[in-house]
Design a protein around this ligand. Structure first.
Ligand code: FES
Ligand code: FES
Length: 165
């Protein structure tokens, strides 16, 4: 099937089989490999992208379902020398180790902040719970988000071991 997408503000037309996921279309057809495949089953959040401004799991979306949509991947968020504030905060708070989950985390944070439901640290933790970090950088991730929200009340170091029970 022929589909049209706006990907990172660029119009892209591609032919895909109906069963191809948006994730595979992005990675294998458009070579946008910043979006990661973790579980491929909707359980890890590594594949999170923004679709029409909302965060979605691209492994669970068929590319044909998104015909006509506007998709933003990590390649469309900030650039070297001009990072998105969330990316800067991730660096400042040591919010990654291997970095495999990071593109999905960044996209998810941007989508979550747009949703406007995360007011407290606990709400942020809950709303980011679909994005897993196997390296255990979760505390730094939440610290980075709270920093960007301008409401950090606790430091990274002070609850490295106890805040993510
Ligand atoms: Fe999509 Fe894990 S790869 S949720
Ligand atoms: Fe390695 Fe999150 S930084 S999985």
């Amino acid at each position: 099937m022929l589909i049209n997408l706006i990907v990172n503000e660029e119009r892209r037309t591609l032919e895909v089989m109906p069963w191809v996921s948006l994730l595979d279309a992005l990675r294998d057809r458009l070579q946008l490999t910043g979006t990661k495949k973790g579980c491929d089953h909707g359980q890890c959040g590594a594949c999170t992208v923004l679709c029409d401004g909302k965060r979605i799991l691209s492994c669970l979306a068929l590319a044909v379902m998104k015909d006509g949509s506007s998709v933003t991947t990590i390649e469309g968020i900030g650039s070297e020398g001009n990072l998105h504030p969330i990316q800067t905060a991730f660096i400042e708070h040591d919010a990654f180790q291997c970095g495999y989950c990071t593109p999905g985390q960044i996209c998810s944070v941007i989508g979550m902040l747009e949703e406007g439901k995360a007011n407290t640290r606990d709400e942020v933790k809950e709303l980011m719970s679909g994005n897993l970090c196997r390296c255990g950088a979760n505390v730094g991730i939440i610290d980075a988000i709270m920093d960007v929200k301008g409401s950090t009340t606790q430091t990274t170091k002070s609850h490295t071991t106890k805040s993510y029970e």
